[in-house]
Write a protein that binds this ligand. Sequence first.
Ligand SMILES: [Zn+2]
Length: 109
Amino acid sequence: MNFEVRAVPKPKHKRFKKTAKERGRITSEVYEEALERSGGRCERCGKYEYLQCAHLIRRWKVEIETTVNDVAMLCGPSVNTGTCHNIIDFTRVGKEWAEEYRQKLYKRH
Ligand SMILES: [Zn+2]
């Protein structure tokens, strides 16, 4: 039996699956909603500090897109040791907190 070998043209349509970077993007709507929820305070320690919208889940783990339940307003900046954003990004305790907090957020609805 002969199989005809044909060059398959590249699909012209846009990729259906978004890249991890796209899925991890925090839209302004998500940001505003998170900020409103936080009341301007860090959602972990409650301080009125410089806040950053932090991912509660690794970006590549986001399946479709980042929702308000996947983020939290946390004191930052993430590069400073001791801030909540730093803690959830770089410590185990923080990661556990983030995972639990995310579950809590999803249960609210
Ligand atoms: Zn904090």
